[in-house]
Design a protein around this ligand. Structure first.
Ligand code: CP
Length: 304
């Protein structure tokens, strides 16, 4: 594993290894602290978009591992915000830092950056993938269930970065995946091609009730990310009936987990009542961003 740009960069063995390392780092942290695995290493934390969890969990994680993490707002602080080409920023940061985490818009920009930086690059969210979030989701499911293999996960929402990454990650982990999206909001074509190779382990559906039936895990994510725009009005119409509520969850297994990557838009993709019923697993999922990202850094930077 050279970079973490998307879930498909991982083999099933690498995925399991990251989760094993994350479990150990979490236990070590709870017991007093982790080994300084990033001592002498520096990590650029470059954000072209807002973030609460990704930014702060990487900052704290690098600190806990004994390294230096530098947050930089690529839109308002770096020269990239005033037109310096991406390929120059990549070649400069790659000469200072041992690793770059970047949250940006287009996956193609991230891939170009990774080709030029000369150091490992981690996707902090693009339009196509959110691998750090899905690793935290898988860590949380394994922690609660003891194993991933054979579990059925139902994702309800927009077939965007979260759906793309969950589909690939869950199938690599031996899970079954149902993806429930309205017409016109399907996951990426290459992800669907990958998923269809898994046969009956993957289903693409449009009915939330069919998707959650007897599921072990239900996942949703915000789909109305630009409130007040005409696009938002259209989404409110298109996603009518796709809200995860307590009555919908009652069709899943009685002990089903409900995960949400946050921020949550209560009253849109999730009801307030069901969010609070499952708040413990949702905030454990958020906590696990810290532990699993420490594992990704430790694995990527081992022997560098
Ligand atoms: N889930 C997630 O990526 O949160 P942030 O946007 O706050 O980083």
């Amino acid at each position: 594993m050279k970079h973490l740009l998307k879930m498909g960069d991982l083999t099933p063995e690498e995925l399991t290894h990251i989760l094993d390392v994350a479990d150990k780092l979490k236990a070590d942290q709870k017991a007093g602290g982790t080994a300084p695995l990033l001592k002498g290493k520096s990590v650029a934390l470059m954000f072209s978009k807002n973030s609460t969890r990704t930014r702060t969990s990487f900052e704290v994680g690098v600190y806990q591992l004994g390294g230096l993490g530098n947050y930089m707002n690529a839109a308002t602080e770096l020269q990239s915000g005033r037109g310096e080409p991406l390929k120059d920023t990549a070649r400069v940061l790659g000469r200072y830092y041992d690793c770059v985490v970047w949250r940006t818009y287009r996956q193609s920009d991230l891939e170009e950056f990774a080709e030029l930086a000369g150091v490992p690059v981690i996707n902090g969210l693009t339009d196509y993938a959110h691998p750090c979030q899905v690793l935290a989701d898988l860590m949380t499911i394994r922690e609660r269930r003891g194993a991933l293999e054979g579990q059925t996960l139902c994702f309800i929402g927009d077939g965007c970065s979260m759906a793309n990454s969950l589909i690939v990650g869950c199938l690599l982990a031996g899970m079954k995946v149902r993806c429930v999206c309205p017409q016109g909001y399907r996951p990426a074509a290459d992800v669907l091609m990958f998923a269809h190779k898994y046969g009956a382990k993957f289903q693409l559906l449009t009915d939330p009730a069919e998707g959650v039936k007897d599921a072990d895990v239900v996942v949703t994510a915000a789909w109305n990310t630009a409130p007040g725009t005409p696009e938002s009005e259209r989404r409110l119409r298109d996603f009518a009936g796709f809200q995860v509520t307590s009555p919908l969850m009652s069709k899943a297994r009685s002990d089903a987990l409900l995960l949400h990557c946050l921020p949550a838009h209560r009253g849109e993709e999730i009801s307030t009542a069901v969010f609070e019923e499952h708040a413990d697993e949702i905030f454990t999922e958020a906590e696990n961003r810290l532990h699993v990202q420490k594992a990704v850094l430790a694995v990527l930077l081992a022997n560098q």
